[in-house]
Design a protein around this ligand. Structure first.
Ligand code: IVH
Length: 670
């Protein structure tokens, strides 16, 4: 390669690595696999080593990738958060071992192997045993203060009670979304007509940067520590650090192993390569560390990574198979999603017949033809993905796959909305999969929770002409259902009973069940409790709606547009007529279930689980009386965050019992 060619190649690779760094770290939306990224970076490093004068001063090979994002306070790390040098080959592990051995002049060495958790690196600082601050890795020198969000992670100790706890120490580790939680979240998204999230790592990263910590809490993230930085205790080994963290109440992953030989390390690598699918979280390799901290200090660091550790990364599980056809699914919102139908193939322990192609852009990029030999990957992603085509195998005259111009279900010309890359079928009133999708959403566990009607039953009832809208559910008759295949007496009775019971579903769930675009469970709750009654919401202006906390302009527009539509108003009227709940319940529960009867309450501050209005409603429903000022007539002061100090002082002076949110909700059995 000439000097000039090398220069051009270095420039091209630098631009590519930068581009993918932004996608990965700032937008949490990578377009290529980690493996492909590492290949790019390695090629760039090689060329720079070969032509050192061509290395750009700010080359990405010299920096850790992420740039801190906006909206969060930037904090400088006391100790930089570096990355690890990566390898995909056993030979390099021998190399690493030999280099370390040489630098340590033949001293005996122990190795400590850990899993390389595929999540988000964070640093926790503790003062006198109390968790003070949580910061993301950022660019390695400074990151974002995400304390509030990280505090919702239940496995992360907020306070450590142990003898001899140091004044100050830092814990480094990885935040992860367990695979089961990720799958549940995606299922829920699909049920709500939203696209699936790509993988647990990006979802964890996105979650930690959310504004609303209540949503973070619902996402059930977890944390595994892998390093302790403390000056006040003389630790000897990485193993001792991990054990001390365990003593202090940190949940570590019990997968680490002390090894004395490279052979043992290779067995560890092979064991986890075969068993990684049984872990609750994703890993993308293993980390090999020199166990002795004194030896680590002797070995030191390069500008980017420690010389005392190396990461062995697993290649993504990838297989080749034949693309038999591309199908198109139409969701409840009309979004058309291409799905690859594959010749069944075994991949990471499961037989794969379908793989996601995400959207028309992805399809275009792949440039697929029918009968192509395609590569299917299951990296951190749960849903297998078509990642490339083996062009060399393409048969002459193969037919290219072209995204349809018309809806595959109803034939309407597809449209695009604004900046959204997806194509949509605009026939929302007549397109069968959209109509079915809305009914499936309506009966969903998180909406009306009609357990006696699953997706197949909706299809059957729809195809038999018994259902068009959710309101038709309440018109179904015994005689017409028991004639259907699979519906004998009991099944029919159960089905109808489920529908009748659903009439008691509270207003906020009914509102969510309507399936208004962008109105998820939380927004539905906020809207219901703000407006109290559907008529108030229907009459509200777009501006009124956008004033509700956490409801932005996009949601307000969507809600207003929904209620300007005559068919939607007809649906609401029919559901009202059927007896569904369209206002926040104020009816007191039966007297024997009124644990707060005769007691008087004042509430002060902001609450976590129930918002203020909802908390008041519950207190009243459980027999309590509410007052606004603390006096001797008050039995309890309920305090949330930022409770009024004057109220608290008065309560203390008068000997009035102060209740936390947890206490009061417990008293009401919530
Ligand atoms: S030790 C000096 N141990 O991998 C860096 N890192 O490329 C020491 N990671 O950002 C890191 N599992 O987030 C270490 N068992 C483990 C790890 C681990 C995952 C991540 C970490 C870091 C990246 C390094």
């Amino acid at each position: 390669m000439t000097h000039q060619e090398a220069q051009a190649e270095i420039q091209r690779l630098t631009a590519l690595v930068r581009h993918h760094n932004v996608l990965y770290y700032q937008e949490s939306a990578p377009e290529i696999s980690d493996y492909a990224f590492d290949q790019l970076l390695e090629r760039l490093t090689q060329l720079e080593n070969q032509f050192p004068t061509l290395r750009l001063p700010d080359s990405p090979t010299q920096k850790v990738g992420e740039q801190p994002t906006k909206n969060f306070v930037t904090v400088h790390h006391r100790h930089p958060m570096l990355s690890l040098s990566n390898t995909y080959s056993e030979a390099e592990i021998h190399n690493f071992f030999q280099k370390a051995q040489k630098l340590l002049q033949g001293e005996p060495m122990e190795l400590f192997c850990e899993l390389k958790f595929d999540g988000v690196a964070i640093s926790l600082s503790y003062k006198s045993g109390i968790l003070e601050r949580v910061v993301t890795r950022g660019d390695g020198k400074k990151g974002d203060d995400i304390t509030k969000n990280a505090q919702t992670i239940t496995t992360l100790p907020k306070r450590i009670r142990a003898k001899g706890i140091p004044q100050y120490f830092e814990v480094r580790g990885e935040v992860l979304m367990p695979r089961a939680c990720f799958e549940a979240l995606n299922k829920e998204r699909l049920a709500q007509g939203e696209g699936p999230l790509a993988n647990p790592r990006n979802t964890a990263a996105g979650t930690l940067k959310m504004i609303d910590d209540k949503i973070v809490a619902q996402r059930l993230l977890t944390f595994y520590p892998y390093a302790l930085k403390v000056d006040e205790i003389a630790l000897r080994t990485q193993e001792a650090s991990i054990h001390l963290l365990e003593e202090w109440g940190f949940a570590t992953s019990p997968t680490y192993k002390k090894c004395s030989t490279i052979g043992e390390v290779i067995s560890y690598i092979n064991y986890w390569s075969a068993n990684r699918n049984n872990l609750p979280v994703d890993i993308d390799g293993i980390v090999i560390k020199i166990n002795s901290l004194a030896q680590q200090e002797k070995l030191g660091y390069t500008t980017k990574s420690p010389r005392w550790a190396i990461a062995y990364k697993y290649k993504p599980t990838r297989v080749a198979t034949i693309l038999e056809k591309v199908g198109y699914q139409v969701g409840r919102t009309g979004a058309v999603t291409p799905v690859a139908h594959l010749k069944p193939v075994l991949l990471a322990g499961t037989t794969v017949k379908r793989a996601s192609l995400y959207n028309n852009n992805e399809l275009k990029k792949l440039n697929l033809c029918l009968e192509d030999s395609v590569f299917v990957e299951k990296g951190g992603d749960i849903i297998p993905k078509v990642t490339g085509v083996d062009i060399a195998q393409r048969k002459v005259g193969s037919k290219p796959i072209i995204f349809p111009t018309h809806c595959p279900a109803c034939g309407t010309v597809l449209v695009q909305y604004g900046a959204d890359v997806g194509y949509y079928c605009p026939s929302e009133k007549t397109c069968p999969p959209q109509l079915k999708g809305r009914i499936k959403h309506f009966v969903h566990r998180k909406a009306m929770h009609i357990a006696s009607i699953g997706s197949k039953t909706v299809d059957l009832l729809f195809d038999k002409g018994l259902l068009r809208t959710p309101a038709d559910l309440y018109q179904l008759r015994y005689e017409e259902i028991c004639l259907l295949e699979g519906f004998k007496k009991t099944a029919t009775r159960n089905l109808l009973q489920g529908i009748t019971q659903s009439k008691k579903t509270p207003f906020e769930k009914v509102l969510f069940a309507l399936g208004i675009r962008h109105v998820g469970e939380t927004v539905a709750e906020k809207l219901a409790h703000h407006f109290q009654h559907i008529d108030a919401l229907i009459q509200a202006s777009e501006e009124d709606i956008s004033l509700v906390p956490e409801v932005g302009k996009k949601i307000a527009y969507s809600v207003k547009t929904y209620f300007l539509d005559a068919d939607n108003l007809k649906l609401v009227a029919a559901l009202k007529h059927a007896g569904l709940q369209f206002n926040v319940s104020t009816t007191p529960i039966t007297t024997e279930k009124q644990p707060l009867a005769g007691k008087t309450f004042v509430i002060s501050g902001n609450f976590q689980r129930l918002d203020r209005t909802l908390l008041k409603t519950h207190i009243k429903r459980h027999g309590g009386r509410l007052l606004t000022a603390v006096s001797k007539n008050v039995d309890y002061l309920v305090t949330g965050k930022k409770a009024g100090p004057a109220k608290l002082a008065t309560a203390q002076a008068l000997g009035i019992q102060v209740l936390s949110e947890e206490k009061i909700t417990n008293m009401m059995g919530l």
